[in-house]
Design a protein around this ligand. Structure first.
Ligand code: EPU
Length: 419
């Protein structure tokens, strides 16, 4: 089998046009897992073609759910769930396999899952997930790379998170929806994808309130029913396409996105010299010939600047006017691209969680190696702004989070070919 995992990008073209934002990968994956808590059928609309979604379907089938995919619709029939072990091989392919822990413990009061895989952007421990489950009376054992959870005596609890982990917040919500009494999560994550999980589960009959703030209350109900649902739009994909506009002197309109979900990235793009206009569900960008640097860009949990757009902004700052500093506060290993950018003539120094970027006027084209989803996208973005032909390894990462990627960026004028 020949693997076409490279892109060839002939950069230096101006971009223009319109791209519609698809639904969010990080919203739909926990929702897919949560569908097994429901008795009956769930219909999820407008799901993009992503390998993480394919892998989640495999995991759902592994526990007995019947999944039918019809174009962009995914129907999950969770009438009969087998409360056995999860496949280690499939779980190791992606981080979101960890959502099966919360979903299975909720439905079966038992879960045996392997440590999740995913992008190599940090240690990505699951200690906060497990501590929370223990607070709910779950007996947790770790054996041979597996986490075995016995929830026979589970109960509602007050859970304080030492850090507002997105995945842990979602797992606790799923684990607690069917428990007697109240569960309260204090200092939880506030990301829009958590609000979406709340909306989905409430539509299925759950009683959850507070998502979007750092205090969520779940009042247990007896059962959940299947429903039809369309997840929230992908703010990171919308932000990615805005960056293609910003760095390529673009005039772009990104539709189907609530600009409030991108307030911080939009503020930064304005500081970098872009004109950004917003309506209720679209963002228009009109970019200058060369972007300005910014003093300090700090990634932090929502509503602050998202870590998932950090690599893209590093690419833009690498060739902007002046010096910038990025502080990465969410993942400890998300600066791989600095080395790749320097290979092309960039000037970036990494010190612990800081990247000190001296913007250069020009970079030369070359061969770049992507090592995670957003990082590879950052390199493709960079290549799109360099005159000449560059190649980028890492299409297998891009396929995890960007549906129809080549078609979308070709449509706005980027010259890209999969090799
Ligand atoms: N952490 C722990 N212990 C835990 C959980 C997290 O130490 O038990 C640490 C992590 O190692 C990390 C930080 O806390 O340093 C943040 O992790 P969090 O749990 O909040 O992130 P996540 O649930 O693993 C989700 C997204 C990521 C996104 C982050 C932050 C999904 C499937 N993934 O990850 O998305 O970067 O939140 O917003 O929702 C991506 O889409 O490319 C991606 C990496």
């Amino acid at each position: 089998m020949i693997l076409h995992n490279k892109y060839k990008v002939s950069g230096g073209k101006r971009v223009f046009g319109e791209i519609a934002t698809p639904i969010s990968k990080n919203a739909i994956l926990p929702i897919m897992a949560a569908s097994i808590i429901c008795q009956g059928k769930t219909l999820l609309k407008s799901c993009p073609d992503l390998t993480d979604i394919d892998n989640m379907i495999l995991l759902l089938e592994k526990v007995g759910a019947k999944v039918v995919r019809d174009g962009e619709d995914i129907e999950i029939d969770a009438s009969e769930i087998v409360c056995g072990d999860m496949s280690e091989e499939i779980s190791s392919r992606f981080r979101s396999s960890i959502f099966m822990l919360g979903a299975l413990i909720s439905r079966c009061r038992y879960a045996k899952v392997s440590q999740p895989g995913g992008c190599a952007i940090g240690l990505r421990s699951i200690d906060i997930h497990l501590e929370a489950l223990k607070r709910m009376g779950v007996v947790v054992k770790e054996e041979d790379g597996y986490v075995i959870c016995d929830g026979t005596n589970m109960h509602g609890a007050d859970i304080y998170l030492r850090y507002g982990s997105v995945g842990a917040t979602e797992n606790i919500i799923m684990a607690s929806v069917l428990l007697k009494g109240k569960t309260r999560i204090i200092n939880c994550a506030c990301e829009p994808e958590i609000v979406d999980l709340q909306n989905f589960l409430n539509k299925c009959g759950a009683k959850i309130s507070g998502a979007g703030t750092s205090f969520i209350t779940i009042t247990g109900v007896e059962r959940l029913y299947g429903t039809q649902y369309t997840a929230v739009a992908d703010r990171i994909v919308a932000g990615t396409y805005l960056c293609f506009g910003a760095l390529n002197k673009g005039k772009l309109c990104i539709t189907n996105i609530n600009p409030k979900l991108l307030s911080e990235p939009i503020n930064v793009l304005k500081q970098m010299g872009c004109d950004v206009l917003t309506t209720n569900n679209a963002v228009k960008i009109n970019a200058p010939t060369r972007l300005n640097s910014i003093n300090m860009l700090r990634t932090n949990p929502y509503p602050e600047f998202p870590t998932d757009l950090q690599s893209l902004f590093m690419s833009m700052l690498a060739i902007s006017k002046g010096d910038s500093i990025i502080e990465e506060n969410v993942f400890e290993n998300r600066f791989h691209n600095a080395h790749e950018i320097n290979k092309l003539g960039g000037d970036i120094i990494v010190q612990d969680k800081l990247a000190i970027i001296h913007g250069v006027k020009k970079l030369k084209p070359g061969h770049l190696i992507g090592s995670d989803l957003r990082g590879t996208m950052g390199l493709i973005l960079l290549a799109s702004a360099i005159n000449g032909v560059s190649t980028i390894d890492g299409a297998q990462y891009v396929e995890r989070g960007y549906g129809n990627f080549e078609q979308n960026i070709a449509k706005i004028g980027i010259d890209i070919v999969r090799l």
